[in-house]
Design a protein around this ligand. Structure first.
Ligand code: GLC
Length: 721
């Protein structure tokens, strides 16, 4: 039963001065000072544009002190911090807030716990390939236990931005291109992070992000404009955010981008009409980093004061590190431009989450002793390994080159096979490279006969004494994540050259891909006999990859993003519309002259070491739903898991509908020779859509139902609604 804190909130608010109210809306990160006479951001720019070397940057950083602005804290001007990842620092600051400020309001500590804290699990795009909400919740729980031990109260996750353009680097941070999977992924993470009682010391509040449609940025360029129909916004993006709200997420982070010309940061339709009024959300709305001040760059605010005014009026409660609120709100309220009741509303949201987290009763929810025993436990490593194994997607396995024999002599090539730090992927800010186990290390630990060459040196010699050659290629973790869009998503030249050279030796070649986005790999798909998609799999990377390569585990991962054949096809996604001239052989159809119509690997695709066959598909119209059932058999020699996928196509509608939409999936464990039934109940409400005038209308007429092991499933039955 959720407690009601409203009386305590109102009583506290009535005691607060204007300055103290504004202070509660200020979140700051520890800024690095003392080592250089420019701002930290400027120092970063100086490194990125080559004015200082990386070594110079690291040297300066090494001498930097972290400034936690204690004097401002004592004066009641800070309500929250971002990025404090250790209990000693958190408790020291909390003590100042609780004991040295006038009202003793506790601090809220936020942190980007995106895919693990110390026990780094696979990047979200990888973990989404498990198609397993229970797993997603389980890894979220591990993350919460570790992060809260380090003093974290709020994580800026889950990120559920549907991403259909592989050029965008942040496709790595969510559950891919499908709205149902992002919705299920987000809801599971919220439950994992928050647990069943937010006041518990190992519960942390979830902050869904980035609200909204950040993944629809034009040209796959980060922070870019989002201009799309309101119909598509509601049908293809909003359900994922709503699922997190329905799962109980207590915070929301509006996105950097604009939607149809109005930046989310100052978009009152989004933050008040939809989030508060329509969805009934009464939690915290916290800006993205510096986003309020950046409304000036957007061209929607003439200065920081105008940005602060617009953001607060639009429903933005807390200012992450732009200082717009602390610099401008006092004067805005005193001048009457911003009614104090609007400010009070924002402060109430901040106080509410602090009460809900139990911070007023237990401001010190952890200590160094708890922190020292919580990290990287055997249990959490085992869960990380399970998640990594289930995230791996077997893309190709010609002539059953995989699984390898336990006594196989292998040659491993490429820095990614040994570079532990690369295994964490993007947004693993609490990670330590030494915590990760690389492929090469895992081979050594298992006593596998393995020769390793980082750059292909001694290739012929190694090939001559090896049964199989493994190429570890793909992307460095810095090539995906925030501000990491790529205009060319093919494999980089050095990696492609390495694979070509290995193929030229004539020995069997296996490619293990480490990447944070779909890559355009038509040449690998054509010439390499076996390809395993490993993404950036976290601390248990090496052991998990060898579990699959040597057949200890039968791979079950399925892609949650489409792999295009060429960058020029982006955005490329399965739930596309048919057009009047669907791409085909004849000239006047919707296609490219210089690229195939089909992707290299489609959404939902993934191989197994066994084979599956689908039997009779039954589709029945019930009173308020469509019931789908199908039999699926394991027709191979070893046990395995098949993710049965159910897609629909509304054949003739008031607006053209996607050729396929995922409406259900079920991961079915099957022993060799076993057959089971899989069933899906699809409520009519989940088939409705918007007409031209934004009326929500039911699906009527012929509905095609496809079931199979990926989005190209041909097994189909029709039903008339
Ligand atoms: C970044 C990201 C956001 C993250 C925030 C806080 O700019 O956009 O996802 O949570 O800053 O670190």
């Amino acid at each position: 039963m959720k407690k009601n804190y409203e009386e305590r909130i109102r009583t506290l608010l009535s005691k607060m001065t204007l300055e103290e109210k504004i202070g509660q809306l200020q979140q700051c990160g520890p800024s690095l000072v003392g080592a250089f006479d420019v701002s930290f951001d400027e120092l970063l720019n100086m490194m990125f544009d080559g004015r200082i070397t990386r070594e110079e940057f690291d040297r300066l950083m090494g001498t930097a002190e972290q400034d936690f602005h204690e004097d401002d804290l004592r004066a009641g001007k800070i309500g929250s911090y971002n990025g404090i990842g250790d209990s000693a620092a958190a408790n020291r600051l909390q003590k100042i807030a609780v004991e040295e400020t006038r009202l003793g309001i506790p601090l809220l500590f936020g942190y980007d716990v995106i895919h693990g804290f110390r026990t780094v699990t696979p990047i979200p795009l990888a973990e989404s390939c498990a198609w397993e909400p229970k797993l997603w919740e389980k890894t979220g729980r591990v993350a919460a236990k570790e992060a809260t031990a380090a003093g974290v109260h709020l994580t800026f996750a889950p990120m559920v931005d549907v991403a259909k353009d592989a050029r965008w680097g942040r496709v790595s941070e969510g559950a891919g291109e499908d709205v149902l999977l992002n919705a299920d992924y987000g809801a599971a993470k919220v439950k994992g992070f928050q647990g069943d009682d937010l006041t518990k010391e190992d519960a942390m509040a979830a902050c869904l992000k980035h609200f909204a449609a950040y993944g629809a940025g034009e040209a796959g360029r980060d922070y870019n404009r989002v201009d799309l129909s309101v119909q598509r916004l509601w049908e293809e993006y909003m359900p994922a955010y709503k699922a997190c709200i329905d799962a109980g997420a207590r915070a929301v982070m509006p996105a950097f981008n604009d939607i149809n010309g109005v930046p989310c940061t100052v978009n009152s339709w989004l933050l008040r009409d939809v989030l508060r009024e329509k969805w009934g959300f009464n939690g915290l709305v916290i800006s993205d980093s510096n986003a309020i001040a950046e409304c000036v760059s957007h061209g929607i605010a003439k200065d920081k004061r105008d940005a602060a005014k617009q953001a607060l009026l639009a429903g933005m409660d807390m200012d992450m590190s732009s200082n717009s609120y602390v610099e401008c709100l006092k004067e805005l309220v005193e001048s009457g431009e911003v009614p104090e009741r609007v400010l009070d509303g924002a402060v109430e949201d901040v106080l509410r989450i602090k009460f809900e987290l139990g911070l007023f009763d237990h401001p010190y929810q952890t200590n160094e002793e708890r922190e020292s025993v919580c990290m990287l436990t055997e249990e959490s490593r085992a869960i990380a390994r399970e998640a990594a194994v289930k995230s791996l997607v077997l893309l190709k396995n010609e002539n059953h080159i995989l699984p390898l024999k336990s006594d196989a002599k292998i040659g491993i090539f490429g820095s990614l096979a040994a570079d532990k730090g690369q295994m964490t992927g993007a947004w693993a800010i609490g990670a330590r490279p030494e915590d990760c186990v690389s492929m090469v290390e895992a081979c050594q630990e298992r006593g596998i006969s393995c020769q390793y060459s980082e750059d292909g040196k001694d290739m012929l010699k190694i090939a001559a004494s090896s049964d199989v050659l493994i190429a570890a290629v793909g992307e460095m973790k810095e090539e995906s994540g925030e501000a990491a869009s790529r205009a060319d998503i093919t494999l980089n030249r050095e990696h492609l050259a390495l694979v070509r050279d290995l193929l030229a030796t004539g020995k069997p070649v296996v490619v293990v891909l480490f990447n944070g986005r779909p890559l355009a790999i038509p040449e690998l798909a054509e010439h390499v006999p076996a390809i395993l998609e490993a993404w950036h799999p976290g601390v248990e990377a090496g052991p998990a990859i060898l579990d699959v390569l040597f057949g200890d585990v039968n791979p079950s991962g399925k892609l949650t993003t489409t792999f295009p054949a060429a960058t020029g096809q982006c955005p490329m996604y399965y739930a596309h519309i048919n057009t009047g001239r669907p791409g085909g052989k004849s000239k006047f159809t919707s296609k490219y002259l210089d690229a195939p119509v089909e992707p290299v690997y489609p959404f939902g695709y993934g191989l197994s070491y066994t084979t599956f066959a689908y039997g009779e598909l039954k589709v029945e119209k019930k009173e308020d739903a469509v019931w789908v059932s199908v039999s699926v058999s394991n027709t191979g020699e070893r046990d395995g898991e098949e993710t049965v996928q159910c897609y629909v196509q509304h054949v003739a509608a008031k607006r053209v509908r996607p050729v396929r939409q995922l409406k259900g999936y079920e991961k079915v464990g099957l022993k060799a020779g076993e057959t089971k039934e899989a069933g899906f109940m699809i409520p009519f409400a989940e088939l409705s859509y918007y007409d031209w005038d934004m009326n929500k209308i039911p699906c009527e007429g012929v509905l095609r139902v496809y079931v199979g092991g990926d989005s190209r499933a041909e097994l189909m039955e029709e039903v008339v609604l």
